[in-house]
Write a protein that binds this ligand. Sequence first.
Ligand SMILES: Cc1ncc(COP(=O)(O)O)c(C=O)c1O
Length: 245
Amino acid sequence: LRSKLVDIADTDAVVAACDEDVALVWVESPTNPNLDVADIERICTAAHEAGAYVVVDNTFATPLLQRALDLGADLVVHSATKYLAGHSDALLGALVTRDDQLFTVLKQRRDLLGAVPGTLEAWLAVRGMRTLHLRVERAQANAAELARRLGEHPAVQLVRYPGFGAIVSVELAAGALAADLLPRKTRLWVHATSLGGVESTLERRRRWKGEPTTVSDALVRLSVGVEDVEDLWDDLSRALDGLTD
Ligand SMILES: Cc1ncc(COP(=O)(O)O)c(C=O)c1O
């Protein structure tokens, strides 16, 4: 089994990589944590012409903001741990397809291998999804406003925000040390890897050794929650101001 990494935002490169040897194209969009967005429709067309399946990780967008199956994906994966369950209290994954054959094979394998969700996790996800539309709407509005304000803050060199969703990444002008310090200076924002919950979290991704160097070491990923946007900004801007104190 061989795999080839291609920049998902470079659609021509992805299309060119879809040759007859390819069995599966795995797309994450928007990507974690650089928030690049893939042209899913074009990639699906090229992959299908090459006889390959396309899997889209739709965790960051949620099914409300990106309909990957409608765009041609054969399979969609979600970390339901994130927005679908939405309260940072369940670990769960979801696999979605309209293909009966794929469904049968995957369900059989899941049942045989024992990767069956617990009833509590399943219930938490179903309960969480009842407010998915409200949470996504509020978190996205907060994120758009914060992305705009962050772009004007002198401590921020670059804002990465794809224009939808509630994950925003910033690259700090003062570099890696400042990125390490920022999550330690906030009070309302929680320093955590987890994302997609009602509460806002942030993390310097390069604190993990496994994070690739294509991610800036000055990058902090923000998962914007549903709190009052002014409270979020007060806390975040105070912490950013404090980096230069
Ligand atoms: C885009 C994306 N997909 C999948 C996962 C894996 O999620 P889980 O921790 O629920 O296995 C993550 C976790 O951060 C993620 O960000």
